[in-house]
Write a new protein. Sequence first.
Length: 86
Amino acid sequence: MAPILVWLVAANIIALALFCIDKAAARIGKRRIPERTLLIIAYAGGSAGALAGQQLFRHKTGKQPFATLLGWSWLSYAALAIALRV
């Protein structure tokens, strides 16, 4: 179980950092992180960090369908945790 927890913590930190980096790039007109990359890290275990980054940095909150897909990532992990009784 420990390796899974290490991965989840790392994935959430990475997701939060990616949202911060992408927001900073957006502000100064630099090259952006693709939405697909942000969603992949969210679905790979970083959904809490991604949602926190979205809200904390007010980044991509109204962008559709991105915001909906990001919300689904969190819901899928919540359902998995309930199913596994974690």
